[in-house]
Design a protein around this ligand. Structure first.
Ligand code: SF4
Length: 377
């Protein structure tokens, strides 16, 4: 089983905190769709096993909902033509609330899209303005209602916490609103300030207040508590789902499964190597037009693979499996991991359960630092 990610590198406007690859001009949209379809064909042998089955497709970005429906259909048709798709495939499309109309949703559903990931971020307009989002809260609510109305019954929303305008009370209201709207999946992120973003420049100039990490820790605790009360499984640090609605695509990333990334800046993973396409729309298109996929790659050392596994697995509810460590990295890796873990088990930040090493509620907010202690160099 394997997954395909498609990067659609266009957005209506730049959210101040964003460091993804996108352009706010859609001038190259048509040639980009043709190039993406061509790359889908060029990469048809990426999965070396000839009968590899694709069980997830994820259209992300950028803003895939900016694409006209025929363009989305053309991309999905190209994938169907060159790859074997599972009968149980999960096909997710990221959508911004202000792009969603009933007609669009009906058309997306008819082409096989069965999961929607809506970029809500907050149900409070003051937060959306602070982030420079293009939509407002009423559009987010309407988008969710419309998706339910057309029969899309696997809806995820993104929410951001820990920003200066978001009080503890409003964060609880955001969680409760998502619960009341009965969305099946929540992706919740603590806002980080990345170096080359407008947000970073605004904070440095003193035009915007900086992020308060103590507030973020409080919001994380509130999320864990309120979402659990509503029946959501906190199955990964930033992801919560009602039973049966975990993201198959993202889960495959955390389980080290192979995936192919198509489009500018998209990353691919083969199990022991990683590659990433050029993050430049015009150069990507011109290279693909010549039949060349413009990417760089690196072979992952055993140490890097171990570090990545520790980092991603400790973020999940199931944690790090000693059996997997044994199979993939040998006995030494297991004893080394147990030795380092002992300190954090004593501190109550990690625990061992059924031969897995798992972060406790107390350890979850410090995971970056804890995982770094395990890293092999
Ligand atoms: S819509 Fe998403 S990808 Fe586009 S600028 Fe905003 S955060 Fe970034």
């Amino acid at each position: 089983m394997a997954g395909i990610y498609i990067h659609i590198p266009f957005c209506k406007q730049a959210c101040h905190y964003c460091n993804f690859h996108f352009s706010a001009s859609t001038k190259l949209l048509d040639p980009m769709v043709q190039a993406i379809c061509k790359e889908i064909e060029l990469q048809q042998h990426f999965f070396d096993a000839p009968n590899s089955i694709i069980d997830t497709i994820y259209l992300g970005g950028g803003t895939p909902s900016l694409l006209p429906s025929p363009a989305t259909a053309q991309i999905l048709e190209a994938i169907k033509k060159y790859y074997n798709l599972s009968g149980q495939i999960e096909i997710t499309l990221e959508a911004n609330p202000d792009d969603i109309t009933k007609e669009k949703l009906i058309s997306l559903k008819s082409m096989g899209i069965n999961r929607l990931s809506i970029g809500v971020q907050s149900f409070m307009d003051e937060d959306l303005i602070w982030m420079n989002r293009a939509h407002r809260s009423d559009a987010a609510v309407q988008a969710i209602e419309l998706a339910k109305e057309v029969g899309i019954d696997n809806i995820s929303i993104d929410l951001i916490y820990g920003i200066p305008t978001l009080t503890n009370e409003n964060w609880i209201q955001n969680i409760n609103k998502a619960v009341a709207l009965n969305v099946q999946h929540l992706s919740c992120y603590a806002l980080t300030v990345e170096p080359k973003t407008p947000l970073n420049a605004l904070i440095l100039k003193g035009d915007k207040q900086d992020i308060d990490t103590a507030k973020q820790a409080t919001h994380f605790e509130l999320l864990t508590k309120h979402a659990a009360q509503a029946g959501y499984e906190h199955y990964e640090l930033s992801n919560l789902a009602l039973p049966g609605f975990r993201s198959k695509h993202n889960t495959s990333y955390w389980q080290q499964k192979k995936y192919l990334g198509i489009g500018p800046s998209a990353h691919s993973f083969t199990g022991n190597s990683r590659q990433w396409n050029i993050a430049n729309n015009a150069l990507y298109i011109s290279s693909i037009e010549k039949g060349i996929v413009p990417f760089e790659s690196e072979t992952l050392s055993q140490a890097t693979q171990y570090n990545e596994y520790i980092m991603t697995s400790l973020r999940t509810m199931e944690g790090c499996s000693y059996a997997y460590l044994h199979e993939k990295f040998g006995d030494n890796a297991v004893s080394r991991t147990k030795k380092i873990a002992a300190h954090y088990i004593n501190k109550g930040q990690l625990m061992e359960q059924e031969k897995n090493l798992i972060a406790t509620g107390q350890g979850k907010f410090f995971l970056d630092g804890i995982a770094a202690d395990f890293f092999e160099v």
